[in-house]
Design a protein around this ligand. Sequence first.
Ligand code: NOJ
Length: 745
Amino acid sequence: MRKYFLILFTILLFAVTGFVPTPQQNSSEETIAERVDSVLALMTLEEKIGQLNQLSFGIGWGPTVKVSVPDEYKQQIREGKIGSFLNAIGAEFTYELQKVAVQESRLKIPLIFGLDVIHGFKTTFPVPLGEAATWQPEIVEMSAHYQAIESASAGIHWTFSPMVDIARDPRWGRIMEGAGEDPYLGSLMAAAHVRGYQGDLSDLNIIACVKHYAGYGGAEGGRDYNTVDMSERTFRDIYLPPYKAGVEAGAHTLMASFNELGGIPASGSKYLLNDILREEWGFKGFVVSDWNSIGEMINHGYASDLKHAGEISLNAGLDMDMESRSYITHLKQLVEEDKVDEDVIDESVRRILRIKFMLGLFDDPFRYCQKEREEKNIMTSDIKIASLEVAKRSFVLLKNDKNILPLKKDYKKIAVIGPLANNSIDPIGGWGGLGDSADVTTVLEGFKNYVDKKTQVLYSEGCKIDDPSTKGFKDAVNIAKKSDVIILCVGESRDMSGEACSRSSLDLPGVQEDLAKELLKTGKPIIVVLMNGRPMSINWLNDNANAILETWFAGTMTGDAIAKVLFGDYNPSGKLPVTFPRTVGQVPIYYNHKNTGRPGDLKNHYTSKYLDLPLTPLYPFGFGLSYTTFEYNDFKLSTNKITNEDSIIVSVKVKNTGNYDGEEVVQLYVQDLVGSVTRPVKELKGFKKIMLKRGEEKTMDFTIHEKDLRFTAADMKFKSEPGLFKVFVGTNSVDLKESQFELVE
Ligand code: NOJ
């Protein structure tokens, strides 16, 4: 009854004043639902369809800042034909657009502005793969929180992040946008991002969008947009958990992926969008398509034309159409032809309006459009400090022969060499938002900022990232000869990873390795600084360089962060979130593989191996060195038998046995020895990052419950099975101490 009055009141009020009452932000779900219905009751079918339509502002894919609003857009907004824009940026510019929506359209429904804030808006943070290498969800949450502050201050309500696609194939360029190969680590990172962006949706928070739902990272051959086909068990146990974790952390939106999964494009999959997402997980938010992913179902061979594609997607549960224009063009006719039920459209509109209410846009449509706040909040010193902190923690020390690092502070001359040494554009990484090279410290600048007057920093580019010319080698060798140590900055350019950036080789591009070979001849120690968005096969460097620091693409504060870490102001603590193969021929290679009936054995011909390669990767998952050393002792289980009701405490003493204070990521893995289906050789089940002072020892405890041992069993139920389990603790996925317990009924 109350609801009925509310709707009636709304209609009357609108008729008299043209005013749509809005709920208070933070209202209860029930109040929001009532308010949503009160707006819905006023809407024509065309206006409803308009809410489902998202357009990119301007021409092309990139963000557009501060341009005047063309009449063509104004007219569409006035007519209620656009529910959302992506790529419209800036407090003033979004104000202009919003003004048309809330002052000139019939129902005054505010627009929602989305943008790819993937690892920063203007201040860039390390790419997500680098953030995952921190193994510190709380740091990633902080990073997302700061990214939200910057982008929300510039009018953005909604980010198309986090990308939580599990990736086991480093040829796939988008591996850089996610947290790597592991569902447990990936789930924690997904949830951390969501919490960081959304907060409590009060001031300066943005809505998260968990993407790309689902299975996008499983693209065959690592080729972007490619077919995905895998068993439902692998899908559920490996690929799905991070999406679920994002939903459980409260993500208000998801993005449907480009790929097909087992023959059904994700953007038209009722199974994904309804059965799993809404029925199984109880997701209440809305789903946006990827860019024209509805239209692409025609190429997939799943829809005959754009109209058919719209029918499939809407009926499957895809609420908002990004850029295919299928909904805006065809939905009305589809309703008239009874191919789409208006109730289904209503449901999608409800989901979208609900988020607009939750964001407080009906209360104050301009709450994200404050020019002064934008000026104040972009690139503040706080945000830069946060970016520096995350960058330092994301670096992974891959090699440190004879403890050449940290660098001595009394070197007279340091040669900073390589195509990434004085490069301020590539460290921004792919999807760098509005990141500007003018704001980035290069490695050369970082070194110059760091050293005192007694040390001279020399520079030579040596070669380009991906160019056959060796002309610059001579100059590089000359300055190397004059120096005490070489800092060699090599890797990929920012546009070699990210969307549509699949590569068939994981080797260093161009003549970078040849440059390293020439420099080696000088006899000077070589410290390699790697910048890249994917695992690389750097065997020669691993064999010949004195030290290697993986720095991914570290963002705005790159140079300062690298100098601080190389000189030992911060002791590296990152660990690999993904396996580094020796060669692309080993791909896919990941730590949580199955054993096979013939586990690899180089001495036994008829086993699962390559004739021409060792069994192991170059660097395993979870690997990363420190300037200090850690010793693991007294590995104990509180019991060797548990039932479904109790738990085991796994404890181990970790001691800092080296010469520096440092942090260690203590990792816990489990293996289920026999199952109703075969089980991985190891699965990450927990980790803790701890700080230990020189000589300090701490006891680390982990608790294992029955629920941690569940998987999709032979009957497709997610459950544990009684039997024997191995449990491992250690510094990476290979160097582990081992014990055993039994799960009894
Ligand atoms: C396509 C990409 O796949 C997706 O990740 C991104 O969010 C959209 N374009 C919007 O830019």
